[in-house]
Every structure is written in structure tokens, then in C-alpha cells.
Design a protein around this ligand. Structure first.
Ligand code: G3H
Ligand code: 13P
Ligand code: ZN
Length: 359
């Protein structure tokens, strides 16, 4: 069995200089396609579930599905992660359902809309790390609010996302504050704000440094070379997927996502977890639309979902290859959560805040 904590996986990624895509799932088809891609690429993987996914699929269904994926693909280190937890209860119930990692997103208040104060964020994140680490589970925190530097707005997705106009101070994580935040919360991974947002409509043109602030990633990595960074909103929204979706009757206005080469640049500067949901949705939806328009008599859901799974598998395998995750699964021997808990207790997993990169 190969359930792995986020911390162990990202430590390996840092040691061997690769990034790990974190793909969102809501259903069996997504889970199977992602794991098949991981197997083909010999890649470890993070599968994450949002609060929306948990209520859509039901916690029991979702956790049994994760178990099934783990059993079916024993050779693939699989980290199961709560995406954008909004409270202690969300994070702890994810742990109850077998997740090996949780995100406590204290950048927003519990309503997942109101930007939170720094003190609120530190306090709630620290409470979650204390509890999660006691049972060996990893924690991702977030400092800075996700949203567009072009529009000053967050992208609300399924009820999650900042409302109202945001200042550049809120939209860009401050490197010095990041050091203090990691020290105070002991998070295993830090999600940062640098101009990405959730969903398909991230940028109105191919992004440059004014709207996609990769220099912020570099500045944070320079101060925290031993801390794993997380990029949210990292779908690339490929032009060819937009074209396929629109060719099949979809109506997606032209848009730009985060170019893969910018993510690869991030991986060179400490980004270890790369969150991707929109691209997966788009790849599947384009195929579902294609079948619906080319075979109007079709009514077997499998005839829609099989090609959709094929498209998702191709996309995920490509990301594993682009992020350097491919070929990394075989050497990883998952450490149990019980052993991780002992390591946290001993202090050996405390964040290393020294300026130099660990040997
Ligand atoms: O957090 C953003 C992900 O794309 C999840 O979206 O809340 O619609 O499942 P969702
Ligand atoms: P995208 O919408 O860019 O895929 O981002 C997903 C994400 O960040 C999930 O937390
Ligand atoms: Zn996110």
C-alpha cells in the first residue's frame, strides 16, 4: 500500500528537484484516469478533494474511492489531500476519512470569502498543524489571497474565493511575512499568492511578469530555500483544449492560464506542489461535448466518459513529464503516519528557516 504524506512526498521532490501536480477529483473517472497516468509515468501523485467535492461525492464514497485507488495502484505513492480547508472541523474530518494531508486556508475566514487578518491566519493554521502533526498528517497553509493582479478580484469557484476588490499587498505574498508565518505555524508547505486565480479566466493575455509575479516566488524561495512552496490556480488552460471545447459547441471566451514554462521556472525555485483542476475539467468536458455533438443518438454515459478519461489521462501524463515527476515513484518507500507523528514530536520535521539550502 502506498498512501504517503504530503511532507514525505515534497521532501523527496525537493531532494530530487521536481514538482508534483495535485489534481482535484470529484468522481471515479477522474481518479482512475489520474492513477493510470501516474502508473504510465511511474509518478507519485497528489489527489485532492475540495469541500465542494466532498459534498458532491459524499465523504464515504470519496474515502472508499481513495482506498480503492490505493489498492489498485500499490506501486504509486498516493497523497490524499484536503484542498482549501476553511476550518479546523473541515481539516479534522478529512483526517478522519483517511486524508494524509490537509490545507488549512486561513487566508480567508471560515466563510471562504472574506480576506482574513494575519493574526487569524496564524492562529487557526497553528491549531491545525498541532493537531494534524500529532497524528502524522501534513499541513499546507496559505499566506496572501489568490486573485488577479489584472482585475484585483479573486475568482470565486463553487463558493470559494475572495469577494470584493483586493489590493496588491493582499494579492502578493510578502517574503518577510512568509518567513514569520512558517515559523509561527510550522506548516509543511506554503501556498503563496502571486497573481494566479482559480478557474479558466486567469489572464486576458499571455501573462508577463506584471500579472504573473514569478519574481515573488523567487524572492520567497531566496528567504525560505528549505520550505516547500505551492502554486494554486496553476491550470494552463491550453489554447488547443479551448479550441476543442469550442469546436464541440462550447462557448469559452479566449483566455490564458499559467504557461507550463512558468510553472517549470517555479519548480526551479522551490515550488513543489502544483494545483490543477480546471485543465482536467476542460479536457473531460471537451470530449463529452464532442461525443454529444458528433453522435446525437448516444445515451450510454460510458460512451461519453471513456473518451473523457482518455483525455484526462493524456493531460496528467504530460504534466508528470513536464514537472519532472515521471520516473520518481519507484524509489519512494512511504513512511507510515505513525512514524511521521514520531518525527514531528521529536522536532526533526520542524521547518528549517536558515538561509542556506539543506544539503
Ligand atoms: O479550489 C479550487 C478547485 O478548483 C476546486 O473547485 O470547489 O469547484 O471543487 P470546486
Ligand atoms: P485551477 O483552477 O487553475 O485548476 O486551480 C486549481 C486549484 O488551485 C485548486 O486548489
Ligand atoms: Zn486552490
Amino acid at each position: 500500500m502506498a498512501r504517503i504524506s504530503l511532507r514525505q512526498l515534497l521532501d523527496d521532490a525537493a531532494e530530487r528537484n521536481y514538482g508534483v501536480p495535485a489534481f482535484n477529483i470529484n468522481n471515479m473517472e477522474q481518479g482512475l484516469a489520474i492513477m493510470e497516468a501516474a502508473k504510465l509515468a511511474d509518478a507519485p501523485v497528489i489527489i485532492q478533494a475540495s469541500r465542494g467535492a466532498r459534498s458532491y461525492a459524499n465523504d464515504i464514497m470519496l474515502s472508499k474511492m481513495m482506498e480503492a485507488l490505493e489498492t489498485m495502484y500499490p506501486e504509486i505513492p498516493l497523497c490524499t489531500h484536503q484542498d482549501h480547508g476553511n476550518s479546523e472541523a473541515t481539516c479534522l474530518s478529512a483526517i478522519q476519512h483517511g486524508f494524509t494531508s490537509v490545507m488549512m486556508d486561513g487566508s480567508l475566514e471560515a466563510d471562504a470569502k472574506t480576506p482574513a487578518s494575519y493574526d487569524y491566519n496564524v492562529a487557526i493554521t497553528r491549531r491545525v498543524t498541532d493537531l494534524a502533526h500529532a497524528v502524522g498528517v501534513s499541513v499546507e497553509g496559505e499566506l496572501g489571497v489568490l486573485g488577479s493582479l489584472e482585475s484585483g478580484h479573486g475568482e470565486v469557484e463553487d463558493g470559494h474565493g475572495a469577494e470584493g476588490k483586493l489590493s496588491h499587498d493582499q494579492l502578493l505574498t510578502d517574503p518577510d511575512q512568509a518567513v514569520e508565518f512558517v515559523r509561527a505555524t510550522k506548516v509543511d508547505a506554503l501556498a503563496i499568492a502571486m497573481g494566479t486565480s482559480h478557474g479558466a479566466y486567469k489572464f486576458t493575455r499571455k501573462p508577463d511578469g506584471d500579472v504573473l509575479a514569478m519574481h515573488v516566488v523567487e524572492a520567497i524561495h531566496a528567504k525560505l530555500p528549505n520550505i516547500h512552496l505551492v502554486m494554486h490556480g496553476s491550470s494552463s488552460v491550453p489554447q488547443e483544449l479551448q479550441a476543442a471545447f469550442n469546436k464541440a459547441g462550447g462557448e469559452m471566451p479566449k483566455t490564458w492560464g499559467v504557461p507550463v514554462e512558468e510553472i517549470v521556472r517555479g519548480i526551479k525555485h522551490g515550488v513543489r506542489k502544483v494545483n490543477i483542476d480546471t485543465d482536467c475539467r476542460l479536457a473531460m468536458a471537451a470530449e463529452i461535448r464532442r461525443v454529444a455533438t458528433t453522435n446525437k443518438g448516444e445515451f450510454d454515459p460510458r460512451k461519453f466518459l471513456k473518451p473523457a478519461m482518455d483525455a484526462l489521462r493524456v493531460l496528467c501524463k504530460q504534466r508528470f513529464e513536464e514537472f519532472g515527476t515521471a520516473g520518481k515513484a519507484a524509489r519512494i518507500k512511504p513512511v507510515s503516519l505513525a512514524d511521521m507523528a514520531k518525527r514531528y514530536k521529536s522536532g526533526s520535521l520542524d521547518p528549517q528557516l536558515t538561509g542556506r539550502k539543506a544539503a
